[in-house]
Ligand binder design. Structure first.
Ligand code: COA
Length: 167
């Protein structure tokens, strides 16, 4: 196992500045962060971007950051982590309300693979109320999401909503 690599799993539909904050904090601790877009957790009908689009978008966001990699994965997150030689998993904790679910997942993951270590990181306070679905909803209803997502993500969201409006 390579302890200078961490995986950051999630649905990322889309990646927000809150996620980016966690990635950048992670980069202070490890050499490489692998963002894993989970196929199993995320195939909801209300998804804005397909799994491939999310991965492509994340790669674009980090085009100038060779220490960040993005990929999708199927099946268990612990199997994905193990296959990448990483036993460190990063998760962001935005509020106490995240805690119970995150704690449950961390313990489940550990019972599936005792070697895994989950690192919870607190995001910048400006991002504690952010979630991808809220950002999607605000953008869909014509609100400005500039403060919540990177310029590249905003551009793709605008395109996507323009496409669906013209249909
Ligand atoms: N900033 C902004 N938003 C954040 C955030 C942050 N730092 N951290 C989490 N969020 C938001 C996400 O945008 C997402 O918002 P949404 O629900 O409105 O779309 C929400 O919090 C939770 O999303 P995410 O962190 O992506 O987690 P998830 O619950 O969608 O997925 C997986 C969690 C993918 C890690 C989990 O389902 C998994 O491991 N799946 C693979 C299968 C598996 O191994 N299952 C057993 C797990 S024990």
């Amino acid at each position: 196992m390579n302890d200078s690599i961490a995986i950051y799993p999630g649905s990322f539909d889309p990646l927000t500045l809150g996620h980016d904050d966690i990635v950048r904090r992670g980069l202070r601790l490890v050499e490489r962060v692998i963002i894993g877009v989970a196929e199993t957790a995320t195939q909801s009908k209300s998804g804005l971007f397909s799994i491939e689009e999310r991965v492509a978008l994340i790669r674009e966001v980090y085009a100038d950051e060779p220490r960040v990699e993005a990929t999708s994965f199927q099946g268990l997150t612990v199997d994905f982590a193990r296959s990448r030689g990483a036993r460190l998993m990063i998760r962001g904790l935005r509020a106490v309300s995240d805690f119970e679910y995150e704690f449950q997942m961390a313990l489940m993951n550990r019972s599936l693979w005792p070697e895994v270590e989950v690192l919870f990181m607190a995001p910048d306070v400006r991002h504690t109320f952010l979630s991808s679905s809220l950002v999607r909803e605000v953008a869909r209803l014509g609100g400005d999401v500039t403060e919540f997502v990177s310029a590249i993500v905003k551009e793709r969201m605008d395109e996507r909503f323009a496409e669906s409006a013209s249909r």
